[in-house]
Design a protein around this ligand. Structure first.
Ligand code: GLC
Length: 794
């Protein structure tokens, strides 16, 4: 589907030194997003200036409006208009949405910021959007230069369409609620938007919104209709075309913030104006925020602090590899994406509307895995948050709403509660500090217990819910959301959950003695062995592992059926869990290679489902090759990479890794087929049985980010924290001459050089730490040292 004229370089390029991706065209196949955030105030912003700002929660404190799925695409956004006061013609530094386009234009996403450079009619504009750490505001930093030989008088307009905070109620009750909001002119040249709607969930925690400039305002509008006019849009606002803002405020109606500033620029002169769209809890706090934002170096200081914090974050883990695409992803974009997942769960993206996805238990427990190496304390806090959603019997809420205060979704899944053990084990391996196991955390339904006890109860919950064959009951589903269809009667069992349980039990065997409960180990071992026996017997289909037992007692994922014969997860986790007998492990992963792999990633299952198990009630409604059906589900691909590394097949592992690097997959599929961003992972790509093979979906917020990071850093590059220290066991393409990694670990910098002059995929011959030969391949922690040099000979 690749168009002949299409070369990705015409659309974008990476600027790795600056940790940026730069865009040369505005008409990408979809808006390519970035997230600007200080952890409290957030903005999702596209390469062409569309986007949405929210405070803490996009469900109930959505400050601006973004029209999901509507045409024209990617509206609205924090827009700036630059108008020549004499001619009246105007354009936008973001390219969109004014009809008049800049003569030259680029934009770029960086770590927590997005910038635009444009020029038109003798004026150039540099615009930088970011959220700094000092105030809860989106900073719009605009620098204009008059490149012409005549004096220019410019009208500069900053415009944002305000949303009505509670997004769902906006859709439902807008006609009443709109009359309960106001936008007023604040004595200090700012607009203040107040959302005071009846029955809002948390009125006392709902902020006021301010919108201000750091230069005197010429005029303003708080009424969207006054600024935009009738039958117009952001492309041609009436106010701009008809003499400027009208001075409207709003006591009921459709709110907006529009600020007009007048600037005169001599030939060659440059001037800067900053706009701030922010939140504060009271008038007094607004005053303080405004005073602070107007301090002379506030914007520069804020940006410096933002850049500094990302530099500091990413410094924890750096590599030099023979593959620049992988190197860039590992050093920059993958940890960046993973951090955004950790922050937003699956909440809001170009694809997800941020209406009813709070914090997903299983999703967040997995997201934490890729934050642990950078910020173990934040990961601990997240684990505390998750364990607070656990019931005394060990199961957990499926997803929940810490900001919104809504009731959680309480469906019980066979996997959710088990994931946390992996996050906890990783935290211990990273920090070397087992005291976290003793932290006391309340249960959702009363009482409290230590972290370890929480994990133990999760195991107990599963142990007490085994099905007729002895595998864990599927319950509402396992990791695969769709499986409830074949397990509605509650009799179905998940063979994959047996494997997940296996992996967790291996961790629990190690955690029990550290928690002071060595007596638990025997029970974990016995349970593991029993599940392992079942997996290798009933779970084995001859060439691969079966996926589940359906309510009617038949197996799912067997050659006996016409559809859904083989499922990826059952093959990969058979190895991840250490359960598969060696020959079965290999045979299963060979089947993955032979049946499920494509040039654009590994399919989730094969053949795609159309009528199975019953044409009147198929297992999924997803069209063949899409989403949860036979698509390339990227999240599940990560486990194939890990499995191949565990089996020592470095070339195959790397093939699986590289083919899903977003820019590589885009190149393979063709940009206009792939559509999503080339710098972050998507959740899935349509598979070969779809007529749009290669179309990437649901980018940014996906478990792919965390697990790809784990797969490549811990298994391909093989630098993996374990309880005893840092284990080194790479599994790389045989042709690689070597690579190097700098990693922060328990307070010390490990500068690791791996030499592969033997051209092998796996197998460490020798490790030297500061010249001293090491026994085995686990490097201990060096409490007193700042850095150590590690030489690894493969
Ligand atoms: C989506 C869900 C995730 C689930 C996966 C597979 O990515 O967010 O929770 O595990 O689909 O069904």
């Amino acid at each position: 589907m690749r168009y002949e004229h299409e070369t990705p370089e015409d659309y974008y390029s990476f600027r790795d030194e600056a940790k940026e991706v730069e865009f040369k065209r505005h008409d990408m196949p979809t808006p390519w997003m970035n997230y600007l955030s200080n952890g409290t105030f957030h903005t999702m912003l596209s390469h062409a200036g569309g986007g949405v700002a929210f405070y803490k929660s996009p469900q109930i404190w959505r400050i601006t409006r973004y029209r999901f799925f509507h045409l024209p695409t990617d509206r609205s956004g924090p827009y700036i208009y630059v108008q020549d006061a004499e001619s009246g013609s105007y354009w936008c530094p973001t390219y969109e949405p004014a009809l008049n386009k800049p003569q030259a234009w680029t934009s770029a996403h960086g770590m927590g910021y997005t910038r635009f450079e444009a020029c038109s009619e003798g004026v150039s504009a540099k615009t930088l959007y970011f959220v700094g750490p000092f105030e809860n505001s989106l900073i719009w930093n605009l620098t204009l230069t008059n490149n012409s030989s005549v004096v220019k008088t410019l009208n500069v307009y900053a415009y944002a369409e305000f949303g009505m905070m509670e997004f769902m109620r906006e859709l439902q009750w807008q006609c009443y609620n709109k009359h309960q909001v106001s936008v007023m002119y604040h004595g200090q040249e700012a607009l203040v938007y107040k959302y005071g709607v009846e029955n809002q969930p948390k009125p006392e925690e709902t902020p006021l919104v301010y919108f201000m400039a750091d230069r005197p305002l010429h005029s303003y509008d708080g009424d969207r209709d006054a600024f935009i006019g009738s039958y117009r849009s952001e492309s041609n606002p009436a106010a701009i075309e008809q003499g400027g803002c009208t001075g409207s405020t709003l006591l009921g109606g459709d709110p907006c913030g529009a600020l007009q500033v007048k600037l005169t620029l001599q030939p060659g002169e440059t001037r800067t104006v900053n706009f701030f769209l922010g939140t504060a809890m009271s008038e007094a706090e607004i005053e303080a925020a405004m005073a602070c934002s107007r301090e002379k170096d506030f914007v520069a200081r804020s940006f410096q602090a933002l850049s500094g914090s990302w530099d500091g974050y990413l410094e924890a883990w750096n590599c030099e590899l023979p593959d620049p695409d992988a190197q860039r992803m590992i050093n920059i974009w993958n940890p960046y994406q993973a951090q955004r997942n950790f922050l937003f769960s699956r909440n809001i993206s170009f694809y997800a509307t941020g209406t009813f996805r709070g914090v997903g238990y299983r999703d967040t427990a997995q997201d934490a895995l890729a934050v642990v190496p950078f910020d173990a304390e934040a990961a601990k806090d997240k684990v505390r948050l998750l364990l607070g959603q656990q019931y005394r019997d060990g199961h957990v809420n499926h997803y929940f709403f810490p900001h919104e205060g809504w009731e959680p979704v309480t469906s019980i899944h066979s996997d959710d509660h088990l994931w946390t053990a992996l996050s906890v084990w990783d935290i211990l391996a990273e920090t070397g500090d087992a005291s976290f196991l003793q932290d006391r955390i309340p249960f959702y339904d009363g009482g409290e217990a230590t972290v370890y006890e929480h994990l133990k109860r999760a195991i107990d919950f599963t142990a007490s819910r085994l099905g007729p064959n002895g595998f864990p009951l599927m319950l509402r589903s396992d990791w695969n959301d769709q499986l409830f269809r074949v397990c509605r009667q509650g009799k179905g069992e998940s063979i994959w959950t047996a494997m997940q349980l296996g992996m967790v039990l291996l961790r629990m065997q190690e955690l029990a003695p550290l928690a002071g409960h060595p007596e638990d180990t025997a029970g974990y071992t016995a349970m593991y062995e029993e599940q392992q026996r079942l997996v290798n017997s009933l779970g084995w289909d001859g060439k691969w592992f079966r996926r589940a037992v359906m309510d009617d007692g038949r197996f799912l994922g067997t050659a006996e059926h016409e559809e859904a014969q083989i499922w990826l997860n059952a093959q990969t986790w058979a190895t991840l869990s250490g359960m598969a007998e060696p020959s079965k492990a290999l045979q299963a992963m060979d089947s993955v290679r032979d049946i499920l792999d494509t040039e654009l990633g590994i399919k989730k299952l094969h053949p795609s489902i159309t009528v199975f198990p019953d044409p009147a009630d198929p297992l999924t409604n997803y069209n063949k090759g899409t989403g949860e059906n036979g698509a390339v589900f990227c999240h599940a691909n990560t486990w194939a990479i890990i499995a191949e590394c565990m089996l020592g097949r470095g070339d195959l592992a790397y093939k699986y890794y590289r083919q899903l690097l977003p820019n590589v997959a885009m190149e393979q599929a063709g940009l206009s087929r792939y559509k999503a961003e080339p710098y972050v992972y998507a959740s899935n790509l349509f598979g070969p049985e779809s007529d749009k093979f290669g179309l990437a979906n649901v980018s940014w917020l996906t478990g792919t980010a965390a697990w790809m990071y784990v797969a490549v850093t811990q298994y391909i590059l093989g630098i993996k924290p374990v309880l005893e220290g840092l284990s080194i066991d790479p599994c790389i393409p045989a042709e690689w001459p070597g690579f190097s990694v700098t990693r922060r670990f328990r307070g010390c910098r490990y500068e690791i050089k791996v030499n592969n002059s033997s051209r092998s995929s796996k197998g460490v011959q020798e490790i030297r730490v500061d010249g001293q030969k090491l026994e085995g391949n686990v490097i201990p922690a060096y409490a007193g040292k700042v850095s150590v040099q590690v030489e690894v000979i493969m």
